[in-house]
Design a protein around this ligand. Sequence first.
Ligand code: OGA
Ligand code: NI
Length: 340
Amino acid sequence: MENMLHLTPSRGLLPDEFIFSPDQLPPAISAAGVSLPVVDMSRSRDEVRRAILDAGKEFGFFMVVNHGVSEEAMRDMEAVCQEFFQLPAADKAHLFSEDPSKATRIFSGSIFETGGENYWRDCLRLACAFPVGDSSKDWPDKPQRLREVVEKFIVLTRGMGMEILRLLCEGMGLRPDYLEGDISGGDVVLHINHYPPCPNPDTTLGLPPHCDRNLLTLLLPSLVPGLEVAYNGDWIKVVPVPNSFVVNFGLQLEVVTNGMLKSIEHRVTTNMAVARTTVATCIMPAADCLIGPAEEFLSEDNPPLYRTLTFRDFKRTYNVVKLGSSLNLTTNLKNVQKEI
Ligand code: OGA
Ligand code: NI
């Protein structure tokens, strides 16, 4: 529980490991009024397909509304996650672990290996198999309704994610079920992120600039702002839209489409006033799934940009690469692939 104790809002000064030099913290300038597109999924299938492909190609990120996850499921999830982080430390201590191979755990900071900096975040990680079976038996048993609420939320959110993948496939001229099977068939992993109020938000971050390593991420973003998305050398501040999810492409979608869909760096800033709790639902490949550029995306003019690796090997290697906003994604991936 050591690390968790750093995250007390009452601290006046941040310990050194939370403090970054100004060059690591380029300010968000909200790229001249640019904001993420909002896709209304209740429009015609044709319109939605076009809107998510256009938004995805331009930003790698977009918001969705009228997405089929009920408001009740979203509100229950937000409430239960906030209640979880408010539990007395003694009720959470047994879940604290720094071992990344543990399916259910609480940890602080980032999952990416960084240069010793620490990040102003606590995270509850959960995994859920599909079909769900008895996945929830390892999840926290407090608050009492957590397992039931989380299970319902994951099923609905994964359903929305699979629909977005089908729409993307159709938009790219592939069979709608092209991304079904092993490539989206691993456990669904939830990162329930909690960013407590921070005494000095100007010198630290909630999460470092990173790309998600999975296939697709669906973020329940909270109405408290904090997420920023890289765009043309600037950071776009994501302004939360009520009842929306923020959708972004993971690195596996970039690899399989040979770079047609890009996984874009994003980071999280903190604030002094209020805690922010978000839920990232990650659709993942199965560990043994071999992922490389699919032949539909290759031609003489489009040679493969990425090597083919199992998801397990990709994660193992990507984990040890030091991330930073100075490394662009392509260099980063190519470096990873040379190391293997
Ligand atoms: C993540 C992430 C963003 C947020 O969990 O990978 O980028 O706003 N979260 O919490
Ligand atoms: Ni992320």
